[in-house]
Each structure stands twice: as structure tokens, then as C-alpha cells.
Design a protein around this ligand. Structure first.
Ligand code: TYD
Ligand code: MG
Length: 257
């Protein structure tokens, strides 16, 4: 049993995924397991992941998704995360993507915080967003600072910047029928939808330090939605629900209570 379970989703980011994995394996906190949940990436990506599979902390799973139709039926990363959450054993859960790099003290700092604050269930940190092109050149950076104790987290915080206790998961599943929502109307904001669930019970507590670097690449879903006029994937997605809607719903619920 590891103290922390880190769940990384991966799909076709051959240029970035190795760095994301390395950043986790190089953490100053040692007691973790890393689930790499790959969504049937191309060979180049698998070749980039392969060297890390001999590390005993790494558990690798690959889906058998083949068509774009299958890819848009569910929020794929939510489905992969849900599978991993059923298998993982840590007291603390942390999420990663194939285009985000944890800073070396990320796990240690967050675990320390949660050990010290037994009343807190979810922590989040500041993060640095790097917009990069396909040659890995940084075009623009932006600090996403912490904003105190957050009771409306959707689209304020990224799932790569949080850690939560494992013990909250059964409560979420009991109420909503699953951990993460796989409804494809939330493909663009899957983590915001998960936070919408979490915020119905708990606030997110801040750690002011920057603990991860997020990379927005030309391969990301956001980039595709914003820039590619009509690729097949974007065209097949249902109309996407919005952050605004999730935030307003939470505000209304909180007012009622
Ligand atoms: P990403 O493209 O990085 O989206 P964003 O614009 O939000 O940064 O995708 C987010 C995660 O989802 C990433 O880890 C890869 C994963 N993913 C899948 O597992 N399957 C898929 O079909 C897609 C498109 C993404
Ligand atoms: Mg991304």
C-alpha cells in the first residue's frame, strides 16, 4: 500500500509525456504509486512511456479505444480516472496529465499540509501555465495564484494542482453514482465538473507555492476546440456545457443552504 496514489491520463503527447512521468518519479516524497492510464496512444507515445514501466511504483494500463466515435462517447480522461480510482490504494489521491510537470516538492508539501490539517479534505496549489508550441518553445507564461479557501472551484483550479483524501470518494459515488462525471457534454471542463461535485461538500484549501507547471500545447483539447475549425473529434462532440453554468449552480445551492 502506498500513501499517495497519483493518476496520470495520457493520450498522444509523445513530446511531453516523458517529462511529466519523470517529474513524478523524481518527487522528494517517496511513498506513492503512479497509475499511467493511457487511452490507446500512438506508437511514438508508447515508446516514450516504455522506459518508465520497469519502475515498481508505476502501474500501466491501456484502453482499447479505437474510433473517434468511441472517443467522444464519454469524457475519456474521466473514464480512465474512474477506472484507476477503483484500483488505487493511497490515503491521498493526486491527479496528473501528460502535459503537466509536478515540481519536486509537490507531493511532500501537500501530504504535510493534509497531515497537519485533519479537518481539510482537499488542497490546491498555485501553478504556472506555459503556452508552448510543438518545438517546446514557451510562448507565454501565466501564474495561476491561489485565491484563499475556495468554495466554487470550477474553472479556478486545475485537477493537476489538487490533492484530496481517499476517504471522500465513497461519499461522491454514493451521491452521484460515479466519482468523475463521464458525460461528454463536459469534455472541455471535466475537472470543473468533478469540482462541482466536490464543492457540494467541501472547500479547497490553498498552498500558496507554485507546485506544478501546466503546458498548453497545440495538441490539447482546448487548443483543438479554440483553433481547429472543424476536425473530426471536435465535430462529433456534443454541445459543451460551461463553467459559468456550474459556478452559478453552486452559488444557488450555497445560497439555499
Ligand atoms: P488535453 O488534450 O491535455 O486537454 P486540455 O486542453 O484540457 O489540456 O487532455 C486532457 C487529458 O485527457 C490528457 O491527459 C489526455 C486525456 N485524453 C484521453 O485520455 N483520451 C482522449 O481521447 C483525449 C482527447 C484526451
Ligand atoms: Mg492538457
Amino acid at each position: 500500500m502506498a500513501e499517495v496514489s497519483v493518476i496520470m491520463t495520457s493520450y498522444n503527447k509523445p513530446q511531453y509525456v516523458a517529462n511529466s512521468i519523470k517529474a513524478i518519479l523524481n518527487q522528494t516524497f517517496a511513498d506513492f504509486e503512479l497509475f499511467i492510464m493511457d487511452d490507446n496512444s500512438n506508437e511514438e507515445t508508447i515508446r516514450a512511456i516504455e522506459p518508465f514501466l520497469k519502475d515498481p511504483r508505476v502501474k500501466f494500463f491501456q484502453s482499447n479505444i479505437k474510433t473517434t466515435k468511441q472517443r467522444v462517447e464519454k469524457v475519456r480522461y474521466a473514464a480512465l480516472i474512474n477506472e484507476a480510482l477503483e484500483m488505487c490504494s493511497g490515503n491521498y489521491i493526486s491527479y496528473a496529465t501528460d502535459d503537466n510537470c509536478y515540481r519536486p516538492n509537490r507531493l511532500k508539501t501537500m501530504v504535510n499540509y493534509l497531515e497537519k490539517h485533519q479537518n481539510v479534505n482537499i488542497v490546491y496549489s498555485a501553478s504556472l501555465t506555459n503556452h508552448i508550441n510543438l518545438s517546446n518553445e514557451v510562448l507565454k507564461t501565466q501564474v495561476r495564484p491561489t485565491k484563499g479557501i475556495v468554495s466554487i472551484a470550477p474553472c479556478q483550479i486545475d485537477h493537476c494542482s489538487i490533492m484530496h483524501r481517499q476517504s471522500i470518494l465513497p461519499i461522491i459515488k454514493e451521491k452521484f453514482g460515479s466519482f468523475w462525471d463521464e458525460n461528454p457534454e463536459f469534455y472541455r471542463i471535466g475537472d470543473a465538473r468533478f469540482f462541482w461535485r466536490l464543492n457540494q461538500y467541501w472547500d479547497f484549501y490553498p498552498i500558496r507555492e507554485i507546485l506544478d507547471d501546466n503546458y498548453i500545447t497545440e495538441l490539447s483539447i482546448h487548443h483543438k476546440l479554440a483553433n481547429e475549425k472543424q476536425n473530426e473529434f471536435v465535430q462529433m462532440l456534443p454541445t459543451q456545457r460551461t463553467c459559468k453554468e456550474l459556478r452559478e449552480e453552486l452559488r444557488a445551492m450555497k445560497k439555499r443552504n
